[in-house]
Design a binder for this molecule. Sequence first.
Ligand code: AMP
Length: 281
Amino acid sequence: MKVLQTRKAVDAYLAEKRLAKAEIGFVPTMGALHRGHISLLEYALAENDIVVVSIFVNPSQFNNADDLAKYPRLPEQDLALLRKNGCHAVYMPDVADIYPEGLLVNDFDFGLLDKVMEGVHRPGHFAGVATVVKRFFEIVKPDRAYFGLKDFQQLAIVEAMVRQEKLAVKIVSCPTLREPDGLAMSSRNLRLSPQQRHAAPVIYESLMRLKSNVGSKKLQKARNMAIEEINAHPHLAVEYLDIVDADTLKPLENWEDATHAQVCTAVFAGTVRLIDNVNLY
Ligand code: AMP
């Protein structure tokens, strides 16, 4: 497995592969890798000749300095895991390699997509995400790039960015991997105390209960029940829990207002912010 630290090194490595007509798959990550990330690598390995995984904790998408400082960083463990799972190359740039002109973000217009949910609670987050993903796509020029449905709104933003910028990359969405008790795998789970970790599966349980209430209870009633259920737990506090049109992300008033709906939530366990979502119909 090649470990590449600069865009020049990536260019040199991939130029050779492209000459040999290799199709390139790309999996962007922020490291502290878990089985969810590895599942993305596996999808990419199945569909491409060469797979590049990036590990980069992108400062421009953190609106909270403490969250950025405390984000887990485990490069040695990550490299061993990627090597073991057949990854061809890892791109681990430093901040200057990605932002040679400083931490500037592009000025995208995503309409409603970045004005709801995460967009409300993490101002500037999606401009940072779209900027860094675009930059990585320019460097790696992948044929396909793999993103988890765990970050449902992020996926919508990346798809919109690729459409707007007319980039020649196919975005592949991959299912959320969960712990046996239902908690969505996340690098941030490493920061949970034993009590918080014990409480956290309530998030997915409540989303699934909400799903079972679709149609039999009014939307706002079902939504409020889910919020109350999570908040009833002393270690958990809901930041938002919204039921949205799965295509436009517009919050719904009634079940009939969309053909596909998603419930998305952010929940604090102490200072650790967990997100999850479930397709409702
Ligand atoms: P992150 O390192 O958190 O930025 O995530 C990198 C990629 O892995 C993103 O596309 C995430 O959506 C995806 N991902 C994170 N957690 C999971 C999970 N539990 N299951 C599947 N994909 C995931």
